[in-house]
Design a protein around this ligand. Structure first.
Ligand code: PXP
Length: 250
């Protein structure tokens, strides 16, 4: 007998609409317009990462998203005083704390929580008090997950990048072991009472196995969807992802 494990939420990350805009300066294409379109196409939330160097999303994008979105904003940010101040001013539905290095092309790994427990606990406390759901972006690592729970995070987002890279590069044994670890750690995090999200690098050919984990309640997907929208338009690109996620849930 098949079991339906509940609808999975899709958070659409619009950072790379801003990357395209910033390649030429000016205001086109507008990531907020993309966010509104994503809402119409069935996104359950919008994710945006305000990086320290403002390479894609800029402060005024966050202002406009907060004014105009009907679905919740998941505000991604590094654990810095500047970002904390911005988050406390806006009080978005969710704040996802990510590691950030200036020289990286994208968020390469999960946050080191275990070594920074006291600092991070102090950092997220005011965000929680302001009513934000605090999520920590981490690798599928038991130590980090346990530490995330101890510091008071309500949510963890598991980094699926290594699984997706192994798939894209044909390293299938590694892909399968990454997937097995993601599955095991989703169950572990859930057993600690944490809400489990996942994301990074997901595409049509990698989403289903992760969407099938019963403990995962939200996927955050950006780069692939924005790329695919060049070929089929943002709405249809999102609709196809939604279809694959729903099919994997049954
Ligand atoms: N989740 C988090 C925490 C991220 O940092 C990112 C990338 O900004 C994503 C999800 C989306 O990753 P991608 O753009 O590769 O789909």
């Amino acid at each position: 007998m098949t079991e339906f494990v509940g609808r999975l939420r899709l958070g659409v990350n619009i950072d790379h609409v801003a990357t395209l805009r910033n390649a030429r300066g000016g205001s086109y294409p507008d990531p907020v317009r993309a966010a509104r379109l994503a809402e119409e196409a069935g996104a359950d939330g919008i994710t945006a990462h305000l990086r320290e160097d403002r390479r894609h999303i800029i402060d005024s994008d966050i202002d406009r998203l907060m004014e105009q979105l009907r679905v919740p904003l998941n505000f991604e940010m590094a654990a810095t005083p500047e970002m904390q101040k911005i988050a406390l001013r806006h009080k978005p539905h969710a704040v996802c704390i990510v590691p950030e290095k200036r020289e990286e092309r994208t968020t390469e790994g999960g946050l080191e929580v275990a070594r920074e427990e006291n600092k991070l606990a102090g950092f997220i406390a005011p965000l929680r008090e302001a009513g934000c759901r605090v999520s920590i972006f981490i690798g599928a690592d038991e130590r980090q997950i346990a530490a995330a729970e101890r510091i008071g995070a309500q949510v963890i987002e598991l980094h699926t990048g290594a699984y997706c890279d192994a798939h894209a590069e044909g390293r299938f044994e590694e892909r399968d072991s990454e997937l097995a670890m993601l599955r095991e750690m989703s169950a572990y995090a859930h057993s600690l009472g944490l809400e489990v999200h996942a994301g990074h690098g997901l595409a049509y050919d990698t989403v289903a196995p992760v969407a099938a984990f019963p403990e995962v309640v939200e996927l955050n997907i950006g780069h692939f969807l924005i790329g695919e929208s060049v070929f089929r338009g943002l709405g249809p690109a999102i609709a196809e992802m939604r279809r694959l996620m729903d099919a994997a849930r049954v």
